[in-house]
Each structure stands twice: as C-alpha cells, then as structure tokens.
Design a protein around this ligand. Structure first.
Ligand code: HEC
Length: 106
C-alpha cells in the first residue's frame, strides 16, 4: 500500500522533471529526464539493497565491474532490480548516463 503511494509520488515527480527538462534552462548536474520515474524509485533511497544515488562509496564496488557490465545488469535485471530498471524505452546510452548520474556524489 505504502509502496504504491510512493511509486505514484515518484511518477508525479517524474512528470515534473520531464517538464523541467523540456525547459531551455536546465542546470548541469540535474538528473537525466528518465531518472525520477524509473531508477529513482529505488535508488533515491536505496530500496532492497540498491546503491543509493549520490553515495559514491556505495557505488564504488559496482563501478569496478565496468560500465558495460553495469548496463548489462540493468538490461537483464539483477535480483530485486527488474529488467530495464523500469525504463524499457531507455537505450544503453540512456542507462549509462543514469548510472553515471547516480554514482556521482551530488
Ligand atoms: C525496483 C527497484 C529498482 C529500480 C527501479 C532500479 N534499480 Fe538498479 N538496483 C536495484 C537493486 C535492489 C540493486 C542491487 C541488486 C543486487 O546487487 O542485489 C540495483 C543495482 C543496480 C546497479 C548495479 C548492478 C551491478 O551489476 O552491480 C546498477 C548499475 C543499477 N542498479 C542501475 C539502475 C538504473 C540505471 C535504473 C533505472 C533505469 C535502475 N537501476 C532502476 C533496484 C532497482
């Protein structure tokens, strides 16, 4: 129940972020447009052991696998992370950009 409400909140935020991304003045360092409605649902707070966004320390051992392996983990899914990470329209490049954003200290 609470999870459903949480996902709904995230989805609404996602729409807001998408609207902001369409505006011309987007600050550097802003999340990629797909972030809030997909990866952010779990990685914003580290749901089910997900490395939290902006926690470079938590991401360090993941980054050692290399970007190609990490993109493959997202594409195929990994344990509690569903295939595509809730962004099925994302390309490998989109996923790589999302990973770079999340693994960088905010
Ligand atoms: C439903 C929750 C959920 C969503 C949505 C989600 N993740 Fe994850 N993610 C996880 C969890 C949980 C892990 C840790 C998996 C493990 O190691 O057991 C994880 C791990 C990862 C890893 C590390 C993989 C590895 O090989 O170590 C990457 C990279 C990643 N997520 C990227 C993304 C991206 C990019 C998105 C959005 C397109 C995304 N995630 C969306 C839950 C999620």
């Amino acid at each position: 129940m609470r999870a459903a409400a949480f996902i709904r909140t995230i989805a609404i935020r996602g729409a807001t972020v998408a609207a902001l991304a369409a505006a011309p003045a987007v600050l550097a360092g802003d999340p990629p447009p797909q972030y809030a409605a997909s990866c952010g649902a779990c990685h914003a707070v580290g749901v089910a052991g997900a490395p939290a966004t902006g926690n470079a320390e938590a991401w360090a051992p993941r980054m050692e696998k290399g970007m190609e392996a990490l993109v493959a983990s997202v594409r195929n899914g990994l344990n509690a992370m569903p295939p595509g990470g809730l962004c099925n329209s994302c390309s490998d490049e989109d996923h790589a950009a999302l990973i770079t954003y999340m693994s960088t200290a905010q």
